[in-house]
Design a binder for this molecule. Structure first.
Ligand code: MCA
Ligand code: AMP
Length: 508
């Protein structure tokens, strides 16, 4: 028999130990751990009254206290959370709702018109699919939520219950739904918090999107489950981050954010710079992940704060596998060593360990590795060999157990500003434009974004880049829109008629 959820157990421990302390703040106010727990319990009861069995619940709220309450309400009810974010257009939301077979859509009051657009788009996309029931979030936090049974006992779900479905882009067109269980999330939070010594005295400045592992699991859960408080910025802005840093002990970001912060710093007059420097120096820990941290950015942080950002390597399917140490040498250009509790191999094509200095694919095993791709047994099986998750990243061992990530093995995966983009998904979206005949999307290096997507296309006639941009705005998340569009007469192809993307990339 599977034991009950460690995630829920930890939630109860933390909310009772820290009940009166601040848990989450946003631009509108603050909530204690006790406030969050009370609202989450009320929501969980309301949800269980409506949907007594494990259900799929999309959460559509800005990064805020309400989001935190919504997340825990769904989790305590043993339902699966599908986090949606404001920046996606209706068509992308509709595809997410359809792919995850969402039954309930919980929406904060202000986003209700957007949710209605998403449901209308879903009806056009999949007319035969039963639409999700749409519920406004705020009334469900109230004790008298309509129809809720206030005496309903909440039994903790088992540890292997699916907790969150993250959409992650892959080498197939449509994003895959990666499912992580209660115990996998609890393990991730425990391992990371242990390594970085996250404690109740910490305050995180949270400005990462909550539909991905970095924002939800590595930032939000690691802090929440260890009694740390967090301040939510609804969206990242260099200025807003600098204003808030002084009151924080922790900052977690993607390299593009770090670079933007430093660029913003450099443009300030001397008196602001002095204040900002003091704020940055007061931070206990700055972490970087989701993409390679440029060495220049790492050293600029160091010059400013005498502290190197702590770079670590993670994945939606894995959590965090490698991390530079909190104490000890933080090696620039390396993601550090294997996180205690995780296992890593770097192997050649035959699955044999490579020698230090040799490149190989990084394989990962450990308690935070995900359950599988939603409804896609074949893709899940194909992602593992003998229980090891094959990351698709090329890496090499340095000395003393440090690892350097060398890049992705697939040319169709692009990492832009920390977001993983699938070239094939963007190509599919562009092919839906009537005037596009052929298209290939490739990633090119970029000093701000790490990489950016460039679409090279053959048109049925001349097409303005802006027309394609406007078309894509209705189709996909804004960060998936290529930064450049290049019209050509033909695409370079090999003898089999396949576009040679490596050759194409060299031409750009
Ligand atoms: C925004 N844009 C982008 C990106 N973000 N284009 C390409 N790549 C992007 N990442 C577009 C906007 O839509 C806009 O388009 C234009 O760029 C300028 O937008 P701007 O306002 O300057 O950007 P922003 O909205 O401030 O976003 C930058 C950002 C954001 C804050 C760095 O990209 C971000 O939040 N990145 C974090 C992604 C993340 O959390 N990844 C974790 C995955 P237009 O001009 O047309 O309006 S999980 C993971 O990787 C594992 C687990 C791990 O290890 O962490
Ligand atoms: P995602 O699928 O969005 O979870 O992205 C995971 C991918 O981000 C990994 O497979 C790596 O390619 C990349 N990544 C994460 N952290 C780092 C890092 N510190 N350095 C280089 N790449 C990273």
């Amino acid at each position: 028999m599977t034991r009950s959820s460690l995630l829920v157990e930890r939630f109860h421990q933390v909310t009772s130990a820290h009940g009166g302390r601040t848990c989450a703040t946003d631009s509108a106010g603050s909530a204690s751990f006790g406030d969050i727990a009370a609202a989450a319990h009320r929501l969980a009861r309301a949800l269980l009254t409506m949907a007594p069995h494990q259900s799929r619940v999309a959460l559509f709220a800005p990064a805020s206290r309400e989001w935190v309450q919504g997340f825990w309400g769904v989790t305590l009810a043993g339902h699966l959370s599908v986090p949606l974010v404001e920046l996606h257009p209706a068509a992308e939301h509709a595809r997410s709702l359809a792919a995850a077979r969402v039954e309930l859509l919980l929406v904060s009051r202000e986003l209700m018109p957007r949710a209605e657009e998403a449901v209308a788009a879903l009806a056009r996309l999949e007319p035969a699919l039963a639409p999700p029931r749409v519920l406004e979030l705020e009334p469900l936090f109230a004790s008298e939520a309509a129809g809720a049974d206030a005496t309903l006992a909440l039994h903790p779900p088992s540890g292997d219950t699916p907790a969150v479905l993250f959409f992650t882009s892959g080498t197939t067109g449509a994003p895959k739904g990666a499912v992580v269980s209660h115990d996998q999330l609890a393990a991730l939070a425990a391992l990371v918090a242990g390594a970085w010594r996250v404690e109740a005295s910490d305050r995180l400045l949270h400005c990462l999107p909550l539909h991905h592992t970095h924002g939800l699991s590595i930032a939000f859960l690691v802090c929440f489950l260890n009694g740390a408080s967090q301040h939510f910025l609804r969206r990242f802005s260099g200025e807003a981050v600098w204003q808030e840093l002084g009151a924080s002990t922790l900052f977690m970001g993607v390299p593009t954010m770090h670079k933007r912060l430093l660029d913003a710093f450099d443009t300030q007059p001397a008196d602001s710079r002095a204040r900002w420097r003091e704020a940055a120096r007061g931070l206990r820990l700055v972490t970087s992940g989701s993409a390679a941290l440029p060495e220049t950015v790492a050293w600029r942080w160091h010059a400013l704060t005498d502290q190197l950002p702590l770079e670590r390597f993670g994945m939606t399917e894995v959590g965090v596998a490698l991390s530079n140490p909190l104490d000890g040498e933080r090696r620039v250009g390396s993601c550090g060593r294997v996180l205690p509790g995780m296992q890593v191999r770097i192997v050649d094509e035959a699955g044999r360990e490579v020698a230090p200095g040799e490149p190989g694919e990084i394989w990962i095993r450990g308690p935070s590795v995900f359950t599988g791709y939603d409804g896609d047994r074949n893709a899940t099986d194909a992602a593992f060999t003998d229980g090891w998750f094959r990351s698709g990243d090329t890496a090499t061992w340095l000395d003393e157990g440090y690892v350097k990530i060398l890049g992705r093995t697939s040319v169709d995966i692009i990492k832009s500003g920390g977001y993983k983009l699938s070239a094939l998904e963007i190509e599919e979206a562009l092919r839906r434009h009537a005037e596009v005949d052929e298209v290939a999307v490739v990633g090119v290096p970029d000093s701000d974004w790490g990489e950016t997507a460039v679409a090279v296309f053959v048109g049925r006639g001349p097409i303005e880049a802006n027309a394609l941009r406007e078309f894509l705005k209705q189709e996909v998340a804004p960060y998936k829109i290529p930064r450049r569009f290049v019209q050509v007469d033909e695409l370079p192809k090999n003898a089999l008629g396949k576009v040679t993307k490596h050759a194409l990339r060299r031409l750009l």
